[in-house]
Design a protein around this ligand. Sequence first.
Ligand code: NAP
Length: 280
Amino acid sequence: MSVLINGKELAQKIRLGLKEEVEVLTKQGINPKLAVIMVGSDKASEVYVRNKSKACNEIGIAFEEFLLDENIKMEDLLSLIKGLNARDDINGILLQSPIPKHLDIRQAFNAIDYKKDVDGFHPVNVGKLAIGEEGFVSCTPAGVMKMLEEYNINVEGKRAVVIGRSNIVGKPLSQLLLNANATVTICHSRTQNIKEITKQADILVAALGKPKFVTADMVKEGAVVIDVGINRNEEGKLVGDVDFENVEKLASYITPVPGGVGPMTVAMLMANVVKSAKLK
Ligand code: NAP
């Protein structure tokens, strides 16, 4: 039986700590504020934005939402971002993805002032992470590292395998694990004999978006298993990328879905907004 890494509880603890920090900042006249831009309507995005707004409220971070028409022109989106970059009262700018296909999301992310890039997607922050400099780190990978730290899971010298190489999860998480002195292997859709690789992992991260992809025969006994995936199964239930029931029998630590990595992502976003306010 494995130890369950309780992301929900941990995220709550982080949020309480941030609330206290914000109270101190407010007394010093610093009022952290997050601006969220959403283009068009997307059910999942609406839920994510609502969760972020709730978390801000709870912590005392001001929240301003910009709901843009789905037909907005690229130049108008860029002009909004430019305006938010210039606003002194805003510490964090977040562009909720996905955005409509006619818009260039990379160009939009790049337009956000990297000092307000609380999602850690700007090339300057991506580069800082790569060379081990302080910057804003993408929230989900940062949340995973925080979980490992809080559960005293030693990363140094360990063999870490990350399944998934996206710019928002797989790549930055691999970089963080490397910076923490793990020996890192990244698997992706073209990886051959994936089971042989995952079987060697002391720390196995699934971030691919395929329900129950990681089965017990892919996991070494005693491995730490982190499930980043968020999928809906046939019954509409939220499930991760790991076959939890079978894998938990042999893992040393495991994250559940829901209640694992998900809540940590929002908590780390809040931490980035507070950090940005403090840096300013
Ligand atoms: P993504 O951009 O779709 O990337 C998926 C990655 O998985 C790609 O690198 C892909 O390889 C790889 N992959 C796909 N099928 C594979 C297979 N059969 N074997 C090995 N690798 C495979 O997804 P993402 O944005 O990184 O998100 C991944 C999952 O995490 C999703 O379920 C998403 O909902 C979830 N997520 C959760 C949180 C959270 O807060 N918990 C945050 C973000 C994302 P290629 O590069 O070769 O295509």
